[in-house]
Design a protein around this ligand. Structure first.
Ligand SMILES: *Cc1c(COP(=O)(O)O)cnc(C)c1O
Length: 378
């Protein structure tokens, strides 16, 4: 391994060093997107400067922002009556912004469905703002599945119902949105954003940090319905107000211009190279299917999957070894084959293979082959 401080002499040398990166986030980006960023980093076409050097109120950035939003609306088929916001502060700032804007003044609790680490953290922030009702929390079951409709303990009305479509750390994913009983549905889609079609009309608000499946860290995309936006008070701190951010078209202050630009390139790639979100979903299922097939092949004797089959994620595959003492050897042998960042989160242990949109099929095949080989030799 060369060190980060060594100089690379050519683009070819850099390309040849790329590994299959299963990082949960910041995560792999499509190579054609990286190449386009690299090429246009000296000058954007027509601008004479890079995206890092132009005003966020220039015509060039106007066009970038407009196309990023248009591509997102096209890919997700966002209906009329929804605003798209490009914010900063990550998903974690949304854990606070959502209750700050939507919880007060309703006289109703916010209900949280907790299927893993991120949902639990979201509920912690909401409690600072008002009443929180936990409609389901499977901590005792170790977060291996999502609830069935009958298991949700929802009050008659909630100011909103929050859930996490894909729990990145546990590898647990909803196949369809839960029933919110007529209350506005709010969803953290950070780690399965743009991985498949979503019926946006079912939601009051969707939010995602970009660094899992859609771009670099530091950009957060919020899709919010006009009717929910009405709740956002005008006396809030400006930067924390959905209403003001929407009124100013995501340019209340300097937005993450580079993040928006990369997001634009990723959405183009998704549309033109992958063929849209239905194709992305089929691809994600095929890639993770290869890994789940290996996990299921030995009935838990060697590999032990974390999530129950019906709740398994098509983005993050979580598993352990029956003989946990072999886990360091697994990580080391995988890295030798250019398969990196497979170590699981410390709260779950074992391994997590994140197979976001930009992970090529070949990466999933190589991981499968390695897992078969590791089992055969141990
Ligand atoms: C990564 C992640 C977060 C945290 O995102 P930040 O941008 O680091 O705040 C929250 N929720 C989910 C589902 C995630 O995957």
């Amino acid at each position: 391994m060369t060190s980060m401080l060594d100089r690379q002499t050519s683009t070819e040398q850099a390309l040849s060093q790329r590994v299959f990166n299963f990082s949960p986030g910041p995560a792999v980006l499509p190579v054609p997107v990286l190449q386009e960023i690299q090429r246009d980093l000296l000058a954007l076409p027509g601008a004479g400067s890079s995206v890092l050097e132009i005003s966020h109120r220039s015509e060039s950035f106007d066009a970038i922002l407009a196309e990023a939003e248009a591509n997102l609306r096209e890919l997700l088929d966002v209906p009329e009556g929804y605003r798209v916001l490009f914010l900063q502060g990550g998903a974690l700032l949304q854990f606070s912004m959502i209750p700050i804007n939507l919880l007060g003044g309703q006289g109703l609790p916010a209900s949280y469905i907790v299927t893993g680490t991120w949902g639990r953290k979201a509920a912690v922030e909401a409690r600072r703002e008002g009443r929180v009702h936990v409609a389901w929390d499977d901590a005792d079951g170790n977060y291996v599945r999502v609830p069935n409709a009958g298991e949700l303990d929802l009050p008659e009305a909630s100011s909103y119902v929050h859930y996490t479509s894909n729990e990145t750390i546990q590898g647990v994913q909803f196949r369809r949105p839960p029933e919110a009983g007529g209350s506005p549905l709010v969803c953290d889609v950070s780690s399965d954003f743009l991985s498949g079609p979503v019926d946006v009309s079912k939601f009051g608000l969707l939010y995602a940090c970009a660094q899992k499946n859609a771009g670099p860290a530091g950009l957060t995309v919020v899709i919010v319905s006009d009717w929910l936006l009405e709740r956002s008070g005008s006396d809030l701190h400006s930067m924390l107000s959905f209403r003001l951010q929407a009124e100013k078209g995501s340019r209340l202050n300097t937005p993450n211009v580079f993040g928006v630009y990369v997001f634009l390139l990723v959405t183009r790639w998704l549309r033109d190279e992958i063929g849209g979100l239905a194709a992305a979903a089929a691809r994600a299922e095929a890639k993770t299917g290869l890994i789940y097939e290996v996990l299921d092949a030995d009935g838990g004797e060697f590999y032990v999957p974390h999530a129950e089959p019906a709740s398994r994620s098509h983005m993050n595959v979580t598993f352990r070894l029956r003989r946990t003492e072999l886990e360091p050897a697994f990580v080391a042998a995988a890295a030798d084959r250019g398969l990196v960042a497979l170590k699981g989160h410390r709260s779950v242990g074992g391994f997590r293979a994140s197979l976001y949109n930009a992970m090529p099929m070949e990466g999933a095949e190589r991981l499968r082959d390695f897992m078969l080989e590791f089992r055969a030799t141990h």
